[in-house]
Design a protein around this ligand. Structure first.
Ligand SMILES: Nc1nc2c(ncn2[C@@H]2O[C@H](COP(=O)(O)OP(=O)(O)OP(=O)(O)O)[C@@H](O)[C@H]2O)c(=O)[nH]1
Ligand SMILES: [Mg+2]
Ligand SMILES: [Zn+2]
Length: 371
């Protein structure tokens, strides 16, 4: 039987570090040391772990109750149940089947648990999820990595500046959200940093493009409070997950919306990227009603089990245009008399959306060749 394994922050966080030479090495060292100290366990902790392991192996039989997963660390799952935070382990039998998922349980999961000692419990069952945000695992793309469960909406968080706005990322999140039965909402943070005309026009084009495909787009700034009310009202009463690259300001936005003080990171001047400050997903109940999940920055969201046929369903404007193509199976890449390419050339189709579409198709092709 497999030993229970929860992803470490490093595993959850692909490409944790900038790839560049010196600075990267120094940063790597710093992070490793930080991590070591984090996992240096006291005797107390070891004892608790032994007890947890025993509890996980004992047959169930106690009184069961429901809880909601708040966060997952290397050695324990924090679950809120009846207003109390419990440190939990998964019952061993849950590991019996070889799973295609990398992590059996994720933040936002509703679980049935049994208290084993004060403050500690064993999870007997993971309840069916009404929605699920996941991605293809970065190391083994045949495995699904669960990011969050039972969420109403994905707040796709981007920034206008440091890191710069990258439209290609947005469509990946939209697809992941729709596939997982969640509403995608586009958050464009750091509007206070828009300076050049080029930045302003890219920003406007992105807002227009995604509003046109039916998304709620919320431009925000935590610096001068632009858009915060709009953000709060979108969050109110809903279960939201903030997702996006490191450094776009997910934790800053949650702080601004809730008054919390989650840790905020720096931006590396040279790479204009974040420093992977948030290391694990955490569910936060909101005073204004609802919940939100802060997640670690994702470098690249690999789409889980996406087939070429399916892509069309996520680009509805392309699907509609394709009725005018000469060939019914036109992929709109280089076929003659393609109505999609014609629309693109005439400015009737967003170049961002078309590029995302074509890039995703190519990715699937390459992926299929590799498998
Ligand atoms: N100028 C400006 N800077 C911002 C804004 N919001 C956040 N920042 C800065 O962006 C940097 C990164 O913010 P975080 O909130 O840590 O970003 P994150 O998305 O949570 O990053 P990870 O936890 O690494 O994934 C910090 O230096 C913030 O001060 C904003 O609206 N304007
Ligand atoms: Mg963060
Ligand atoms: Zn076509």
């Amino acid at each position: 039987m497999d030993t229970p394994h929860f992803p470490t922050p490093e595993e959850l966080e692909e490409e944790l570090l900038p790839t560049d030479r010196k600075e990267s090495r120094r940063e790597r060292k710093r992070l490793i040391n930080k991590d070591r100290s984090q996992y240096k366990r006291s005797d107390q902790d070891q004892l608790r772990q032994m007890r947890a392991r025993e509890a996980a192996e004992r047959p169930s039989g106690g009184e069961e109750r429901l809880g909601r997963v708040l966060s997952i660390a290397t050695h324990a799952i924090t679950v809120e149940s009846e207003g109390v935070a419990l440190s939990c382990v998964l019952r061993r039998t849950l590991f019996q089947e070889r799973q295609r998922v990398k992590n059996l349980v994720t933040v936002g999961d509703i679980v049935a648990l049994e208290i084993t000692s004060p403050g500690e419990a064993v999870i007997n069952q993971i309840k069916e999820r009404y929605s699920l945000l996941s991605r293809a695992d970065n190391l083994d793309r045949r495995k699904e990595q669960l990011i969050a469960a039972n969420i109403d909406q994905v707040l796709i968080t981007t920034s206008c500046h440091t890191p710069p706005l990258k439209p290609a990322i947005i469509d990946r999140y939209i697809i992941a959200a729709r596939k997982g039965r969640m509403r995608p909402i586009l958050i464009i943070n750091k509007v206070d940093l828009i300076e050049t005309e080029q930045e302003a026009s890219l920003f406007q084009a992105i807002v227009a493009t995604y509003q046109e495909v039916g998304l709620l787009v919320i431009p925000v700034s935590t610096r001068n409070s632009i858009g915060l009310n709009a953000l709060k009202s979108a969050m109110q009463g809903k279960a939201s997950v903030f997702a996006g690259q490191s450094g776009v300001g997910k934790s800053s936005l949650i702080n601004a919306a809730t008054g919390l003080s989650l840790k905020i990171g720096d931006i590396v001047a040279r790479t204009k990227k974040g420093t992977h400050t948030t290391t694990r997903a955490t569910l936060i109940p909101l005073e204004l009603g609802g919940t939100c999940i802060d997640t670690p920055g994702i470098k690249r969201l690999g789409l889980w089990e996406l087939v070429a046929q399916e892509i069309k369903t996520y680009f509805t404007e392309i699907a509609i245009l394709s009725r005018g193509c000469r060939f019914p199976n036109c992929l709109h890449l280089s076929e003659p008399e393609c109505a999609v390419i014609a629309a693109l050339e005439e400015g009737r189709l967003s170049p961002y959306r078309y590029t995302s579409y074509a890039t995703l198709l190519e990715e699937i092709r390459v992926d299929n060749v590799r498998r």
